[in-house]
Write a new protein. Structure first.
Length: 255
């Protein structure tokens, strides 16, 4: 898989000496060279609900609008292989769409400077089947990750793991590997072609896995890429996305 298309999903911290400039919470991957990233809804939801974003609609207004945020208040996305060596470029969320129950978020990136074309993954057309072995690539925070004076974790680590499909459904599938924290939104892909077949959503503990699929061990539930594609179409077709205000990014940054 194109590792450069992997995105760290997190928060840009307040600029203070000795502080970590970025805290990674989850993983995502770029699916459009214009800068469109797929990740889990819950990976960005805590930032959207921590701050007071919603302006109460006035009579006649069709929907509530989301106000502009400071850069440390909104989801940010950082990539490998973009920019100079050792430089961490972060891109704010310009607009987005998704669904909380499907736990899918598709994000259009803003920010400058930006590459002429973002690196992207290849999406598989076929659905995974039971017994098929798949790989997962994402970031996680090892237990010994150092903290800065504000308690934010400094750095991250990448891990590439694998698991066998033990259950498949119309919207997703389970693999017999429980991903570590931080890999929500990670791509699940075919080891021979590197094509992405799904996205990590959550880990089911043994009791939940037993009740849902009859397997008494921890498994990872992933949504199929076919479930993500419709949200990409929505993002492209809806220029006045409900998470955008006046075509400007959420964050108070130049775009």
């Amino acid at each position: 898989m194109n590792q450069q298309a992997l995105a760290l999903v997190g928060r840009a911290n307040l600029e203070k000496p000795g502080r970590s400039p970025f805290s990674a919470f989850a993983t995502g991957f770029c699916i459009d060279s214009d800068g469109v990233v797929a990740t889990c809804w819950h990976a960005i939801d805590h930032l959207m609900t921590t701050y007071s974003l919603v302006d109460v609609p006035k009579p006649g207004d069709p929907v509530a609008e989301f106000g502009r945020l400071e850069s440390h208040e909104c989801p940010m996305f950082s990539f490998f292989g973009i920019g100079d060596p050792g430089e961490a470029l972060m891109f704010p969320m310009l607009s987005g769409t998704g669904h909380v129950h499907d736990d899918i978020a598709v994000i259009e990136l803003g920010g400058q400077p930006r590459p002429e074309a973002f690196p992207v993954v290849s999406l598989a057309e076929q659905a995974p089947v039971v017994g098929e072995f798949l790989h997962v690539l994402g970031q996680f925070q090892p237990p010994a990750t150092p903290l800065d004076p504000d308690g934010d974790k400094i750095g991250f680590a990448l891990t590439r793991q694998g698991g066998t499909v033990v259950s498949a459904a119309a919207k997703g599938f389970c693999i017999d590997y429980a991903v570590p924290k931080g890999m929500s939104g990670a791509p699940v892909f075919l080891p021979d072609t590197d094509e992405v077949v799904g996205m990590v959503v959550e880990v089911w503990p043994p009791a939940l896995a037993s009740s849902r699929i009859g397997i008494s061990k921890s498994v990872t539930w992933a949504v199929r890429t076919s479930e993500i594609v419709p949200y990409v179409r929505t993002l492209r077709q809806n220029a006045a996305d409900r998470y955008t205000r006046g075509g400007r990014p959420w964050c108070d940054r130049k775009t």
